[in-house]
Design a protein around this ligand. Structure first.
Ligand SMILES: [Zn+2]
Length: 68
């Protein structure tokens, strides 16, 4: 059993639209997709952070070489 995210009325499982207010319900597929997108964004952030760390290390090495 599920409840409308808009008006809070009880909904049958798998209902896509509330029969009381017509509000669209987040189905399991949508929740799964959102979860996957959040996971993908987190992965991208990690990649970016790793790349920034590499760039920083590279820049420091460059500076050291220039100083000599
Ligand atoms: Zn509703």
């Amino acid at each position: 059993m599920a409840f409308c995210i808009n008006c809070g009325q009880m909904q049958a499982d798998g209902t896509r639209f509330c029969r009381f207010c017509g509000g669209q319900q987040p189905g399991e597929q949508l929740i799964a997709r959102l979860r996957m997108e959040a996971e993908a964004i987190r992965f991208q952030m990690q990649q970016m952070q790793a790349q920034q760390m590499q760039n920083m290390n590279y820049g420091q090495q460059q500076n050291q070489q220039r100083r000599w």
